[in-house]
Design a protein around this ligand. Structure first.
Ligand code: UDP
Ligand code: MG
Length: 330
């Protein structure tokens, strides 16, 4: 029996690209069969769309496919997990529904992962991002520098979710049931060998990007709270430094008063100290709150997502019992 490639396609309000993606899907399936002798199954995950676009796949898709409709918008990271829970492929490919991810790059990645049995993931990095010199880019680089500090595994910068992985990589990911998911970190955490290729994404076909600046910042914070303790350590260190300096300054004032009789000059220094320390305290409380909130989300032990329905070309595939915690090994 031929091996199978599952293609996971999370989407949120991508009505305008359904026809285009279905055509791309047909093309990809044909080429994958011809070049690698792989069967394919497309698994669409409707991440709470409100534009009725999901139903359109039934009209346009040919071949083997299924559609998992989530009860609301859980976020792309979680939608991917829902897809993984329902996939059994020997290889799993992640693709966007907006036609930005092209067949050529996908075939290139599949070819590489099949050619090298040591390799468990191939991911595509946007070449235009790697070279750009915008403020956003510098901020992103700073983010990756900070999150990777003192880590045993490295989370690569600029890498998105355009990836292909082996079945055993997919199994590993299924076991990681983080509530606040930061996929890039999870991919790195598994420790499997990964390779990157550069690509230039196509223009988005209709609809609009779902990543606002606000969302990106929130997402970065999630990255920190699930993968790094460095921000907390930095603030603690800074706080300790300030306290030591304050103590030394206090001793200096005391000695001055005792030996020279000079009175301490007035308010400004006081106000500065109060404001700096007060502000720092508030900031640190907020930061600790982020980590506590993250811990609380995990402690509640809710399922990662709720499935409303599963439809598709064949009978509904059975869900993997991924929701139990038993499957997870530290
Ligand atoms: N997406 C999703 N859930 C969300 C946000 C986005 O499933 O909450 C899907 C979206 O429909 C698209 C893919 O994730 O298929 C990538 O999103 P987008 O194109 O907005 O990101 P960009 O390409 O701009 O980075
Ligand atoms: Mg896009």
């Amino acid at each position: 029996m031929a091996k199978r490639l599952d293609i996971l396609v999370p989407f949120l309000n991508e009505r305008e690209s359904v026809a285009g993606f279905s055509a791309l899907a047909g093309d990809l399936a044909a080429q994958v069969r011809e070049r690698f002798d792989l069967d394919t199954r497309f698994i669409f995950i409707d991440d709470g769309s409100t534009d009725e676009g999901g139903a359109l796949y039934g009209e346009h898709m040919a071949g083997n496919w299924s559609l998992i409709t989530l009860a609301r918008n859980f976020g792309k990271e979680t939608a991917i997990l829902a897809g993984l829970d329902h996939s059994e492929g020997d290889y799993v490919l992640l693709m966007d529904a907006d036609l930005q991810h092209t067949v050529d790059v996908a075939l290139d990645m599949i070819g590489r992962i099949i050619a090298d049995p040591d390799l468990d993931m191939v991911y595509a990095v946007r070449s235009d991002r790697a070279e750009s010199r915008t403020l956003g880019r510098y901020l992103a680089n700073g983010f990756y520098w900070l999150i990777n500090m003192g880590q045993r595994y490295e989370i690569p910068a600029n890498a998105g979710d355009f990836r292909v992985m082996t079945g055993r990589f997919a199994t590993a990911l299924r076991q990681l049931r983080d509530q606040r998911r930061f996929n890039k970190g999870l991919y790195a955490w598994t420790g499997f060998k990964q390779e990157r290729i550069l690509y230039k994404p196509a223009e988005r076909q209709g609809g609009e990007s779902k990543w606002s600046r606000r969302r990106l910042i929130a997402f970065s914070l999630e990255g920190f709270t699930s993968f790094s303790v460095v921000p907390l350590r930095m603030v603690s260190l800074f706080g300790t430094g300030v306290a030591v300096l304050g103590f030394l300054y206090g001793i200096k004032i005391l000695l001055e008063v005792l030996f020279t009789g000079v009175a301490v000059p007035g308010y400004p220094s006081l106000i500065v100290a109060v404001l700096v320390l007060g502000g720092l305290n508030l900031a640190l409380t907020g930061l600790v709150g982020e980590y506590v909130w993250s811990a609380l989300s995990e402690a509640k032990n809710r399922p990662n997502y709720i499935v409303k329905s599963i439809t598709g070309s064949d009978a509904a595939p059975r869900a993997k019992p991924g929701k139990t915690r038993k499957a997870a090994h530290g």
